[in-house]
Design a protein around this ligand. Structure first.
Ligand code: ATR
Length: 278
């Protein structure tokens, strides 16, 4: 059987568990797909998108730093990708590249799996990049009260503006007193920046005052516990890493590409075993 190719484009991608997860799922379902990590460094991802067409690659996930650039380069945007201008899933439909975004739904499904309902909850989202965009949109849609915290005020305000047709989001710069207060008073804190992937990274929130009753979700899953999650743990907050979001956003992408239901719980246990070195 000829393998149909799926993949992920981004940088860095060597740590990504998406190839292992999707290949595992394809094997379980007996589908002839191979999922490959393509390291596409900073600069335009256009050559990678052209290669998708030239090589007949069926679909790719898009990760840091290309989610917003990809939204400008695809032939068509649909759903949340069109609403927020960020793409995490590209599908090659007879040579036309269609951009979608499954991060938001993947994130909300990850919360709900933990029996956490964001409706009416004070929620702080740290970061205003490609991942943050669709997570924020999904949170507004679920009825959360949203504060965006970001290092660069312009990017944070711009995101609040993009989201304004869907609900109200306030913005505070990362280093401000307002950001620290919003985080201290939040029911849910979502960390969407790459800070925490490297040991030497500073905390993405200045002066965090975590406490019992809070949920802290870090979309990073490698390392399993970032500095931020360890600190939140220590102060009694409930902490969750990005593994469940990885599975649910991947599940939604897989359904778009293959039309098949993704074996979610099996994928989650597989990844947990893998992270434990099993
Ligand atoms: P993704 O597509 O995964 O969201 P991204 O689009 O590169 O990645 O977004 C990165 C986010 O992390 C942004 O909010 C960025 O903040 P800025 O708008 O200030 O650039 C944030 N980020 C990245 N590196 C950071 C750092 N060293 N300190 C603080 N924030 C950082």
């Amino acid at each position: 059987m000829t393998d149909k190719v799926l993949g992920i484009i981004g940088h860095p991608v060597s740590h990504s568990l998406s190839p292992a997860m999707h290949n595992h799922a394809a094997r379980i379902l007996g589908l002839g797909y191979s999922y490959v990590a393509f390291d596409v460094g900073p600069g335009s991802p256009k050559p990678a998108l052209d290669a998708m067409r030239a090589l007949g690659i069926v679909g790719v996930n898009v990760t840091v730093p290309h989610k917003e650039a990809a939204a400008r380069l695809v032939d068509k945007l649909e759903g949340d990708a069109a609403r927020v201008g960020a793409v995490n899933t590209i599908t090659n439909v007879n040579g036309a590249l269609v951009g979608s975004n499954t991060d938001g739904i993947g994130f909300v499904r990850a919360l709900k799996r933990e029996k956490i309902d964001p409706a009416g909850k004070k929620t702080v989202v740290v970061g205003a990049g490609g991942s943050s965009r669709s997570i924020c949109l999904a949170l507004l849609r679920e009825g959360a009260f949203l504060t965006i915290v970001n290092r660069t005020p312009e990017a944070g305000r711009n995101l609040a503006r993009i989201l304004s047709p869907f609900g109200k989001a306030s913005f505070s710069p990362s280093s401000s007193r307002q950001a620290a207060e919003a985080a201290a008073g939040a029911d849910i804190i979502v960390q969407t920046t790459p800070l925490g992937m490297r040991k030497s990274d500073p905390l993405p929130l200045a002066d965090p005052r975590f406490h019992k009753g809070q949920v802290v979700y870090d979309i990073i899953y490698s390392p399993e516990r970032t500095k931020l999650l360890k600190l939140a743990d220590k102060h009694g907050a409930r902490t969750i890493n990005g593994l469940s979001m990885l599975v649910f956003q991947g599940s939604e992408s897989f359904k778009i590409w293959t039309g098949r239901r993704f074996p979610e719980e099996k994928a989650l246990s597989f990844l947990k075993r893998k992270l434990k070195g099993g």
